[in-house]
Design a protein around this ligand. Structure first.
Ligand SMILES: Cc1ncc(COP(=O)(O)O)c(C=O)c1O
Length: 395
């Protein structure tokens, strides 16, 4: 049994999650619960493979053997019942880089790319950076979760200027694991209107509470034919520092267009250690992952129960996947800048500002609960006490 309760000091490891706090929050000593990076040790099999390789003192350019692709193919079959071929898979240094490559491969400057806010901020970034047009199909808040506005989505897809759709599945930050029916409806709309889909499925292995991930490309052959799927072991096994991900497309035209961009920028060499880590993770760390998911469910339930008891006006969207919680503070009626200041200065918490996920994120914060339970507890106590103090000050 892995010890996810162990608190590991990340000081002096150049961890972005820790080092950027002074810039982002103007304070070094906030509890860092922001970027999607876990405070857990990588699986033992990954550590072992890396240690073995590091013993050899030459770290020159390396190739990716067929075993790299085999491990991805077998993982997709075992975990997601998705039958892929090695020849459909291409390495990429990151999922966000892949999104940028796709924007350049499939659209021209000025053309529209559809996204569904509130969504992971780089979805806006990769469109704006290449002078394409952000086309928003806002998610719809319904009771305590989010749904898709299919009518508006179809109107956007039918516009000839809109050529590409970036799907986030599971959706960061609202934690939805899109159902087969929802995927089918989105996919069929895109098939009807010749919109290519880039499906960012980086969080696909982190489903919770019995939810099952359905890769978009498995829904139907016609949807697979317009889809490029981006995945990685980085969120699943906490390996983001290795810049190792991949994309999968059964349509050779789409795969070729992506590859052309990748090779054009010479991004295909990759990272010696990342490829080894991916194989060790996918081939030998499945048990670790299942224990992790159980631990994360415990942290989510702790959050839910604590908020219900002590801060019932703060609403938490129950995630179907991911360790990222979308917290609704609108009942506090604070401006976004006051809310941010409250979190850092009063509660001592380094959370993601909800408004960076789009206008719909005003009044929200995103919290990463992939930390030892005692840290999550500490964060909750700091939040509760800071709110108490704030209320006593304003009375
Ligand atoms: C939806 C989503 N896509 C992509 C990424 C980052 O991927 P990469 O580090 O491979 O660029 C993240 C990280 O938080 C994410 O949440």
């Amino acid at each position: 049994m892995s010890n996810f309760d162990e608190i590991i000091d990340r000081a002096d490891t150049r961890a972005l999650k820790v080092e950027r706090c002074s810039v982002l929050f103007n304070r070094k000593d906030v509890l860092p619960l922001w970027v999607a990076d876990m405070d857990f040790a990588a699986p033992p099999a990954v550590q072992k493979a890396l240690k073995q390789r590091i013993e050899h003192p030459i770290y020159g350019y390396t190739v990716r053997p067929e075993s790299f692709f085999d491990s991805i193919r077998e993982w997709q079959m075992r975990r997601h019942n998705w039958s892929v071929e090695n020849s459909w898979i291409e390495f990429s240094p990151g999922v966000v880089p892949s999104l940028g490559l796709a924007v350049q491969a499939f659209t021209q400057p000025g053309e529209g790319v559809i996204i569904q806010p509130p969504v992971y901020p780089p979805f806006f970034g990769v469109i704006n950076d290449f002078n394409r047009k952000v086309v928003e199909n806002n998610l719809v808040e319904k009771d305590d979760h989010y749904e898709i506005d299919f009518d508006h989505f179809e109107t956007m897809a039918a516009d000839d200027n809109n050529k590409l759709f970036l799907l986030c599945h599971p959706h960061n930050p609202v934690g939805r694991e899109w159902s087969e029916e929802e995927l089918r409806r989105m996919g069929e709309i895109c098939v009807r209107h010749n919109v290519i889909i880039i499906s960012d499925e980086i969080h696909c292995d982190l489903t919770l509470f019995g939810h099952k991930h359905i890769p978009l490309a498995t829904v139907s052959p016609s949807i697979a034919d317009i889809t490029v799927t981006c995945m990685a072991p980085s969120k699943t096994f906490n390996l983001a520092g290795f810049s190792t991900s991949y994309f999968i497309a059964s349509n050779t035209r789409l795969l070729k267009a992506m590859r052309q961009q990748l090779f054009g920028y010479h991004l295909h060499m990759g990272n010696t250690f990342g490829a080894l880590a991916l194989e060790a993770a996918y081939n030998h760390s499945e048990e670790w992952l299942d224990e992790l998911r159980e631990y994360l469910e415990g942290n989510v339930m702790l959050m839910h129960n604590f908020l219900t008891e002590h801060l019932p006006e703060v609403k938490m969207v129950m995630p179907e996947a991911t360790y990222l919680l979308w917290l609704d503070f609108r009942a506090w009626s604070m401006s976004q800048s006051d809310l941010k200041r409250f979190m850092t200065d009063k509660a001592g918490l380094g959370l993601n500002d909800g408004s960076t996920f789009g206008r719909m994120g005003e009044g929200f914060m995103r919290m990463n609960v992939a930390s030892p339970r005692r840290i999550v507890e500490k964060a909750l106590i700091q939040l509760r006490d800071a709110r108490k103090e704030f209320l006593s000050e304003v009375r």
